[in-house]
Design a protein around this ligand. Structure first.
Ligand code: ADP
Ligand code: MG
Length: 262
């Protein structure tokens, strides 16, 4: 099974959508939690195969924004489309959306009493009712892809944080997403295991997976991203290709943030 067969998408695009249009298009999205307006009119486009990094201070709305993309959070106004499908359409099949848009969180939340292999197999077998033997073959290949061959039968508690996070990535890939969302997936890891997770994400991106990454790993963002968005208090303050963004941040808030973190 080739790499493309492993990760090629399962669900078709909306009629009329063509790959020259952004695969993810966020248009003027607003979202409040009670009196707190967390997203104040955010727009962002991602083309197929692009890697977009969202950076910014804690509390600026980064997690909320990417959770809106797979409808874990509903927007108050504005539009988000994935391959032409409006994610806030009440008629949209949420399962289909979440197959199309995979998400990996800071907390990997593997099932502790299931092995690595079982964790990767669970959704395709139980939710999608796919053939168990075929799913197992793919799950083994996906574990190999994230460099965990030999750990198929390990339980999460027997794996390092970085290994568990790679199982979580394989689990997400088992649904054959078209877009992957990564929300600070290395933030809770020991420094020595951060790199192996970043290597996995880099390999995925280099194979052409469309990725939206929220990250504090500036070196990684700089070397991998096609485009950087900087958020502060619910707005996108500035954005641009990494070379421009890091070399000459225009906004005072961006400069202050980069000054702290670099
Ligand atoms: P970031 O990921 O940039 O740190 P978040 O999107 O997690 O920011 O949060 C932005 C703001 O929204 C924070 O003030 C946070 O406390 C608040 N918030 C996030 N999710 C919820 C929620 N479900 N209910 C209420 N407040 C929330
Ligand atoms: Mg967050």
């Amino acid at each position: 099974m080739g790499a493309n067969a492993l990760t090629s998408p399962a669900s078709p695009a909306a009629p009329g959508w063509t790959p020259d249009q952004p695969i993810v298009s966020i248009r003027d999205v607003r979202k409040s939690f009670g009196a707190l307006e967390v997203l104040k009119g955010v727009s962002l486009d991602v083309r197929k195969g692009e890697v977009v990094c969202v950076i910014g201070p804690s509390g600026s709305g980064k997690s909320t924004l990417i959770r809106c993309v797979n409808a874990l959070v509903g927007v108050d106004s504005g539009s988000i489309t994935v391959a032409g499908r409006e994610v806030n359409d009440p008629k949209l099949d949420k399962l289909a959306l979440r197959r199309t848009v995979g998400m990996v969180f800071q907390q990997y939340n593997l099932f502790p009493h299931r092995t690595a292999l079982q964790n990767v197999m669970m959704a395709p077998v139980q939710v999608l009712k796919q053939d168990k033997r075929e799913v197992e073959a793919r799950a083994r290949a996906l574990l190999a892809k994230v460099r965990l061959s030999g750990k198929e039968n390990a339980y999460p508690g027997e794996l390092s944080g970085g290994q568990q996070q790679r199982v979580a990535i394989a689990r997400s890939l088992a649904m054959r997403p078209e877009v992957m969302l990564f929300d600070e997936v290395t933030a809770a890891l020991d420094p020595e295991t951060v790199k192996e997770v970043l290597v996995t994400i880099r390999e995925l991106a280099e194979e052409g997976m469309t990725c939206i990454l929220v990250t504090h790993e500036m070196g990684f963002a700089r070397s991998l991203a096609d485009h950087i968005y900087f958020t502060d208090r619910g707005v996108i303050v500035e954005h641009g290709p990494p070379a421009e963004f890091f070399a000459a941040p225009k906004d005072e808030r961006t400069r202050a943030f980069l000054g702290q973190i670099l």
